[in-house]
Design a protein around this ligand. Structure first.
Ligand code: NIG
Ligand code: FE
Length: 391
């Protein structure tokens, strides 16, 4: 079965050196052939090969599917009143995480599946074809394991976040909780997890606890990612670099030394502007990171507390308007950048041999993602070469 997308006005490939716009590798008047779910050929529309089926893009823009490299989708309940209180001036502390833990523990497997499935479809409709899903609202052995088991039904990019906060029942003995995370909880998580993450922040886990947890996870074969420097300056970014983490996430409060460390490393800085939006906090300075040569990814942080959005187009618009990114940098960060953060060379790019994961915009250019904020521009998504809905 061969499927041709023809008459593409602007094709973002993310293959640097091809076409225009630097890293976006833009080709105009292009066509893209899909065979067995993979990109088989890309070239000028006038040389398009024959196919069994054809989609006429009619001059529209096509881009790689978004890679959302940071999402907390396994939870129950919502925290709308907490959001309303913040908009009335309350600060965000992360204390509400325990409310979601109680609701998640009380929910059935099927209820959690329903919630993850609904959010996964919501993200797909907005162009996300690869998504990372974290645990972190179970915080005991059984509920962390089942959160990851359910997450693994929806993605291969699963992350064990048993060290999200210290749960209430361990409030006066955090060392014991760290022992639980490093031992029985990690063992129960391993069959379902590819990554390990820690919320390294005042009020959550300090550098010593975070290092202990991440090191034992790494020794067990998990890749490392870190919630770092979200609510204030701290050791998270340096720890991420020290451990060779794939990603340091949030990066809102960075010192010059943090930036230098990231710039000299393979660790991606993943920025999550939905969290600053939803906690009414200052945005991270993407310009400072990019100018220092740091690789930047954009992700949603979708969760019921600090960022209840599944929309990467929304995050792109925020990043352009509020964080000093150009539209090209923001689109790259939400596609190829996310793929770097997940160490996935087959995602966030369109070249022969990769899965055909892409979006068709009802617009002539990727620029419209930031230029027309809040507008549902994604009219078709292909995942593994399969159109996700009828035109
Ligand atoms: O990435 N900061 C830690 N974890 C989430 C928030 C979780 C919550 O508030 O429920 C985050 O923002
Ligand atoms: Fe997060």
């Amino acid at each position: 079965m061969k499927l041709l997308i023809d008459n593409i006005g602007e094709l973002v490939t993310n293959v640097a050196g091809i076409g225009e716009d630097g890293p976006l590798g833009i080709r105009r008047k292009a066509a893209l052939l899909i065979e067995d779910g993979e990109v088989a050929w890309i070239g000028p529309a006038r040389y398009a090969p024959a196919a069994d089926r054809r989609i006429d893009a009619d001059g529209r823009a096509v881009l790689p599917g978004f890679v959302d490299s940071h999402a907390h989708l396994v939870f129950a309940g919502d925290r709308a009143p907490e959001f309303a209180a913040r908009m009335a001036g309350q600060p965000y502390t992360g204390g509400g995480i325990r409310t979601t833990v109680a609701a998640t523990r009380a929910a059935s497997d099927d209820r959690l599946r329903e919630i993850v499935g609904r959010l996964r479809v919501e993200a797909l409709r907005q162009g996300t074809t690869t998504i990372e899903i974290k645990s972190g609202y179970g915080l005991n052995v059984a509920d962390e394991a089942r959160s990851l088991r359910i997450a693994s039904e929806y993605t291969t990019e699963t992350t064990f976040l048993g060290a999200h906060v210290v749960p209430t029942e361990y409030a006066d003995r955090p060392d014991d909780y760290v022992g639980l995370v490093c031992g029985p909880m990690l063992r129960a998580a391993l069959p379902y997890a590819r990554w390990i993450d820690v919320f390294c922040e005042r009020g959550a886990f300090d550098a010593d606890h975070a290092r202990a947890i991440l090191t034992v996870g790494q020794a067990a074969g998990l890749g490392v990612r870190v919630h770092a420097n979200q609510l204030g300056p701290g050791p998270g970014v340096q720890l991420a670099v020290e451990l060779g983490a794939a990603s340091a996430d949030h990066c809102t409060h960075l010192s010059d030394a943090d930036i230098d460390a990231l710039a000299g490393s393979e660790t991606v800085a993943t920025l999550l502007p939905g969290a600053e939006f939803s906690t009414r906090s200052p945005y991270p300075d993407a310009r400072r990171l990019l100018d220092a040569g740091v690789t930047v990814a954009l992700a949603t942080d979708c969760n019921p507390g600090s960022s209840y959005t599944s929309s990467l187009p929304f995050c792109i618009a925020l990043a352009v308007r509020e964080m000093g990114m150009t539209p090209a940098e923001a689109v790259w960060a939400a596609t190829a950048g996310g793929a770097r953060a997940l160490r996935r060379p087959d995602a966030g790019v369109l070249r022969p041999g990769v899965p055909a994961d892409l979006s068709i915009l009802d617009a002539p250019s990727y620029l419209h993602l930031a230029y027309r904020p809040g507008v549902p521009l994604i009219i078709q998504v292909l995942h593994n070469g399969v159109p996700q809905w009828q035109p």
